[in-house]
Structures are given as structure tokens and as C-alpha cells.
Design a protein around this ligand. Structure first.
Ligand SMILES: [Zn+2]
Length: 704
């Protein structure tokens, strides 16, 4: 195999999200890769020396084996997630199983092309059959077989698992990760309509590990081509090998709905097993046509038996299962339309343990009867724009998703053609932190609609501020979802760097001789190429030594030259070789309670720094960074006055200097505030000018 391709693959893994917080495993992978060509010579002692240079006397080969096992698992989950499509598999053969004659040790690490068509074993995880002479292989397998029986053998040679599917004429075809067909099923009545299976013909097929043993079941929502007879969809469950296991039909007879009623399944999710409950499947289905509602969210066991149901009088179209509150428990997040509330876009969150009852409606004609009281955790209604009210019958919330702990979704304000998304974002504490048109569609459509006539006007700040009025029926302390201002130093950096503004809005960058000492602001922007071509530096020529002390931002892709490890769109503070501390300063724009969350991170091999957070001259957080990839997380709440300063500081310790800083600062708006948008599109709690602005020399960024 091409050594360059292997190098690329190793590099891809080292820079992956899966390995981002696994400094020790990255190091081990590098050691193994470096010794790949001479693996027979690599001994556990040598690995110990590389991994634990300070503990060579106490660490044993067993510790290496443990570490190898961790890496093996990490690689496996990497290839099952973000590395799913990678061309080369890197894996660690189990070295505990020795070859037949006991002399030949297996290699520490093996690279294998994944899409090699003649090579069936290429899909195997644990064993590199090709590198073994035939005889040794047979002997080894015989030994394994004799000792452990069929169980281990089936682990050594797992069958390829379903990963993709498509509809092909009247056949459902299921493929493995390599795109090769595993099995197919004939449906003589065909599939349809196209609106149900949508443009992408892999829709309505889900891949779930229902036994938790690595066997991927395929769930397919089958709807036959429309004919005179109305049909409900049928959810069919197949084993990984294509054996039909069960069928389930969505919906139920409701007194409020005329028969025959047909239901269609739109989304399927998996509720992970907990101590109390085994794994469950959750299925979102809707009366046809879908926007009409009502909708059913059903929890099924892994055999397809309905355990409980929640009914909503509106129409849900999208659903995800996520750990929304970060407490290790799954929540069900569904979105669509609430007909009983002015046909407004809605989002509903259910606890995994409370999938029951029917939504409570204020308009009696929408109330579903004969069911228990609803148990929603959260129920939101999104405002309808003037355009939506004038031209369409409803707006609709779509594609809820959780990214970095924030809940995001879009609300479609146009129905013909479907579009004009307005994007909403809520933080971990369910504060609304963004609400703005996702692209130009909304403003363009609004512009055309209101160009002439007595209602002619253009879309302005006041109308946009109306998007901040998200009503909360269940799950909030107030009638509307609390709004919060947020500040992110990485997101703001480039604007200030480009305009040479320091201070840069609420942020400034400088250096000091200690955590609480006076700060001198950096006065020069440079791009010196030291930490890659995209690193944007703030430095001061008066003290600068080789780019230190400095504050810098990586405006390009992730950078790692074997010295500095600098993720994309992140900040790094470089302590001074001459002893200076490098500081990122936040100046509170108004008084109130600010929550500060984030981490310091080792961004250089051999790093050794002191890190701290100083609020109004008092150290409120302190830690040390001693290895690349190491995180020092913080979560602090501070009462600040307008003009108060919070300093994120990195000082020299015994190692190298580059240390990453990620932070989000959030200030919930007071109920008496009238939140609005800055010219940059950020939320400002109050329209009155923040007092802190007067103390800033230049105030690029946050103009109200
Ligand atoms: Zn308008």
C-alpha cells in the first residue's frame, strides 16, 4: 500500500473529532505508526518510554495492553462514525493471540484498503488475514476455535453491516459501508408517492442497533404506490441479514377523526437503554395529509410492540432523539405546526420516560379526548411573520438538531415555494440566543410582497425583533422564552484583526506580567506563517520574540505541524518566551449576571502553562496545562457591573507556550428589557447604549 496514503489516513484520525480529546491515544497511535515498518522490533518497554517518560519504573506491559485496548475501541468508534467513508482502515490486531508455533508475533498496527473488491477479509475488523501465511492462519484459527468456540470466531469475522439503502423500481436494496449490496426485497406494488419518499431515495430507511451487539437492523417505512384505496405506511423491521422480524402500523382509531384515516411514519429514533428500561424505538407518524395532524409519537420495544403513545393535535414532520439537557438521558424533540394555536410553528420536547397523553388545546375543536394529561417537557410556539400571515395558512418548524449543546431549528415562513427559513438557536439553558433569516429568501419574498400598495414597507429591525418572541406553553419560567446576549471571542476575532481594532467591541488582547497585573494591549496585527498560513496574530513589537506573547486565531482549516495543534476557527494565547502572560479581556457591556463557559486546551506538544480567569482583579479560576489536547474546562457565573473586566490569561510554566482558549459568555436579558438586534445581527438585551462603551477607545462591533 502507498505509504503516503497511510500517512494521510493516520493524519485524518489524529485530527478527527473522535480523537480531539484523546491526547494519550493520539500519542500511542503516533508511536505505533512511526514503528510500523519495524514492528517486530518494537517492545512494550519502548512504548512505555514514549507514553509515560516519567513513569518508566512503575508502568508494566499490562498498562500498554490496556492502552492498546482503549485505542482499539477508539479506532473502532471512529470508523463507525466520522471515519465511515475513509478509504483505509487502521486497526490493531489482538497480539495476545499468538501464532501457531508461538514464535511469530502479530504486528502492532495494520493498515488495510477498505474498498478492495476481491478481498472479503478487508471488511474484517480484528484480523489481517492477508498478511498471514495460509498454514499459520489455519493453525491460529484452530487454536482460537478450540479455546473459545464459535463466539470468538464470529467476533473475529463479523458480517458486513447494513449502512445504506435505496429504492430501485420495486426493490428495496440494502448496502454495506462500501456500497456493496447485502440483500434486497421485492415490493410488487411499488413505492409512492414521490412526495413521501422525497427526492433523496434513501429516505424512510433507518439503521439501528436494536440488540446493542453491533448487529444493525433495518427499519423501512413501506408505502405502496397510490391507487384507489388509501394506505397507511407500514414499518418493517429486518435483521442485518435481511430476515423480516416484525411489522408495525402507525396511527390509531380516534373519535375525532373520520374513518378511513391513513397515517404515515416520518421519523424513527432510538432511545438508549437506561438502568431502568431496555432500549426502545420511537416512531413519529402523522395523519395524511401530514400538515393536518394529529400526530403520534409511539415508543416501541425492540420487537415492535407499542409500549406507550403521545398524541399532538398539530402536525409534526421532523423528530430527533438527543440528550438535550446534557444529563445523559435522551429526550425526544419533534417539530411542525400547532393548528390549535393560530397554525404556528411549534417545537415539543418529551422526556424519554413520558411518552404519553394528548396535547392540551385551548380551542375545543382541536382537543383529542379520552387520553391522559400531556407530559411535555417543553412546548414552544414560534411567531408568524407578516408575510406568512398575509400569504400562507401556517408556518412550520423543521429540522431540530443539537450542535455543541445548542438546540437549532428553522421555521419556514413561505409555503409556495417552500422556504424562507428563519433560524433559531437556544443555548443549554434554553435561552434564545439567535433568531434571524437563514438566507436572503425571506427578505426577498417580503420585499416582493410588500413592494406596492397600502401595506408597502421594507423588512426592518423592529420586525426582526418580533422573531425573539417565542411563546412557551410548557417548560419556561415566563410566557416567552428568555432571551440572552452571547459573546464568543473566536467568532469576533477576525473582524477586529482585519480592522486593526484593539479593543474589538467587548474583547481586547494584551499581555501582563501575572494574572492580576496591569495589561498592555497588543498594538500590531501580523500573519507571520509561524502557526500556519491562516494564523492571525495580535503582538507587540516591543516585547515580541518569535510570535510570543500573542493572541492568535486560526481562520483556516485545522493546523498541526507536529509542534502546534491548532483547531480550525479557534483562539490560542501564547505565553511569552520572555515571561509574559498573554491575556484575552472581556469588558462587560452592561451590568447583570454573566455565565462563562468553555475551556483552556493544550495546543502544542510539550506545552506547560499556567491558565487562569481573573474577574475585576480577583482570580476566579486557575489550572495548569501540561499536555497537548488536555482540557481545563470552566463554568462560572459572575455578577458584573458595566465596564467590569474578565481576563482569560495564559502564563509560562515549565513547557511550551501555545494554549487554546474557547469561551462563551451569556447574559440572560431581564424581563423588563426589550431585546433587539445589533447591526451585526447579534442580540442586545436593551436598546439603551451600554455604559461600557464610553470606556472603550474604539467600539467596533456592538453598535445598538
Ligand atoms: Zn413586514
Amino acid at each position: 500500500m502507498d505509504p503516503g496514503a497511510i500517512h494521510e489516513q493516520i493524519d485524518r484520525i489524529l485530527h478527527s473529532q473522535s480523537f480531539a480529546n484523546k491526547g494519550q491515544l493520539r500519542k500511542l497511535l503516533e508511536v505505533l505508526y512511526t514503528n510500523m515498518q519495524s514492528h517486530a522490533a518494537l517492545k512494550p518497554d519502548q512504548v512505555i518510554k514514549e507514553l509515560w517518560p516519567a513513569e518508566t519504573k512503575t508502568k508494566r506491559p499490562a498498562d500498554v495492553a490496556t492502552e492498546m485496548n482503549r485505542l482499539r475501541h477508539a479506532l473502532r468508534s471512529y470508523y463507525e462514525s466520522e471515519g465511515d467513508g475513509d478509504p483505509i482502515t487502521i486497526y490493531l490486531p489482538n497480539r495476545g493471540v499468538t501464532a501457531g508455533d508461538g514464535t511469530r508475533q502479530r504486528p502492532w498496527i495494520v493498515a488495510k484498503t477498505r474498498l478492495d473488491p476481491e478481498d472479503e477479509a478487508g471488511r474484517s475488523w480484528h484480523v489481517d488475514l492477508r498478511s498471514w501465511p495460509q498454514l499459520v492462519l489455519v493453525a491460529a484459527l484452530a487454536t482460537v476455535f478450540a479455546f473459545t468456540g464459535h463466539f470468538l470466531l464470529s467476533m473475529l469475522l463479523p458480517s458486513p453491516q447494513p449502512r445504506m439503502g435505496r429504492l430501485d423500481g420495486t426493490r428495496l436494496r440494502i448496502m454495506g459501508a462500501d456500497g456493496k449490496e447485502l440483500w434486497s426485497k421485492e415490493f410488487a406494488q411499488g413505492f409512492g408517492p414521490d412526495s413521501y419518499y422525497e427526492k433523496d431515495n434513501g429516505t424512510r430507511i433507518w439503521f439501528l442497533d436494536l440488540e446493542g451487539k453491533g448487529h444493525t437492523s433495518v427499519l423501512f417505512s413501506y408505502l405502496p404506490t397510490p391507487d384507489a384505496q388509501p394506505h397507511s405506511s407500514t414499518l418493517i423491521c429486518y435483521s442485518d441479514r435481511g430476515k423480516e422480524k416484525w411489522r408495525w402500523t402507525p396511527g390509531s382509531k380516534l373519535p375525532e377523526i373520520d374513518e378511513p384515516a391513513t397515517y404515515r411514519t416520518f421519523a424513527v429514533g432510538l432511545l438508549r437503554a437506561t438502568e431502568k428500561r431496555p432500549l426502545r424505538i420511537v416512531v413519529l407518524s402523522n395523519l395524511d395529509p401530514w400538515w393536518g395532524g394529529p400526530s403520534q409519537i409511539a415508543a416501541l420495544d425492540s420487537k415492535g410492540k407499542t409500549l406507550s403513545e403521545y398524541w399532538h393535535s398539530g402536525g409534526f414532520h421532523d423528530m430527533v432523539v438527543v440528550d438535550l439537557y446534557g444529563d445523559g438521558k435522551d429526550e425526544i424533540v419533534a417539530s411542525g405546526i400547532a393548528h390549535g394555536y393560530d397554525a404556528r410553528a411549534t417545537l415539543v420536547v418529551l422526556d424519554a420516560d413520558r411518552v404519553s397523553g394528548a396535547s392540551k388545546e385551548v380551542q375545543p375543536e382541536y382537543q383529542l379526548h379520552g387520553m391522559a394529561t400531556d407530559q411535555e417537557r417543553l412546548r414552544l410556539l414560534f411567531p408568524r411573520s407578516d408575510l406568512n400571515r398575509a400569504a400562507f395558512r401556517y408556518n412550520s418548524a423543521i429540522e431540530p438538531a443539537v450542535q455543541h449543546g445548542d438546540l437549532r431549528l428553522s421555521v419556514l415562513e413561505c409555503l409556495a415555494p417552500v422556504g424562507c427559513p428563519v433560524r433559531y438557536e437556544f443555548d443549554k439553558n434554553l435561552h434564545l440566543i439567535a433568531a434571524h433569516p437563514g438566507n436572503q429568501e425571506f427578505e426577498n419574498a417580503h420585499g416582493r410582497f410588500y413592494k406596492n400598495g397600502k401595506d408597502a414597507h421594507s423588512f426592518g429591525a423592529e420586525e426582526q425583533a418580533a422573531f425573539l418572541k417565542v411563546r412557551c406553553l410548557v417548560g419556561c419560567p415566563s410566557e416567552f422564552v428568555p432571551v440572552a446576549e452571547t459573546y464568543d471571542p473566536a467568532a469576533s476575532f477576525e473582524k477586529g484583526w482585519t480592522t486593526h481594532s484593539n479593543p474589538n467591541g467587548v474583547w481586547s488582547y494584551g499581555y501582563s506580567s501575572g494574572f492580576t497585573d496591569a495589561i498592555t494591549l497588543y498594538d500590531r496585527t501580523v500573519r507571520n506563517g509561524i502557526n500556519g498560513p491562516n494564523a492571525q496574530y495580535w503582538i507587540s513589537p516591543a516585547v515580541n520574540r518569535g510570535g510570543s506573547p500573542s493572541a492568535e486565531y486560526n481562520g483556516g482549516p485545522a493546523f498541526n505541524d507536529g509542534n502546534v495543534d491548532f483547531p480550525a476557527e479557534r483562539l490560542v494565547l501564547v505565553a511569552g518566551i520572555g515571561g509574559q502572560y498573554s491575556d484575552l479581556v472581556f469588558t462587560a457591556p452592561g451590568s447583570g449576571q454573566y455565565s462563562i463557559e468553555g475551556n483552556f486546551r493544550g495546543a502544542q506538544y510539550g506545552v506547560g502553562t499556567f491558565v487562569g480567569i481573573v474577574a475585576d482583579g480577583r482570580v476566579v479560576f486557575r489550572s495548569r496545562i501540561t499536555s497537548v489536547g488536555q482540557l481545563a474546562p470552566f463554568r462560572i457565573t459572575l455578577d458584573l457591573d458595566a465596564g467590569s473586566k474578565v481576563v482569560f490569561s495564559v502564563g509560562p510554566d515549565r513547557g511550551r507556550q501555545n494554549t487554546g482558549i474557547s469561551a462563551t459568555i451569556t447574559k440572560p436579558c431581564a424581563l423588563t428589557d426589550k431585546p433587539s438586534f445589533t447591526s451585526a445581527g447579534e442580540i442586545a438585551c436593551s436598546t439603551s447604549a451600554p455604559a461600557a462603551r464610553t470606556s472603550l477607545k474604539s467600539a467596533a462591533g456592538r453598535t445598538p
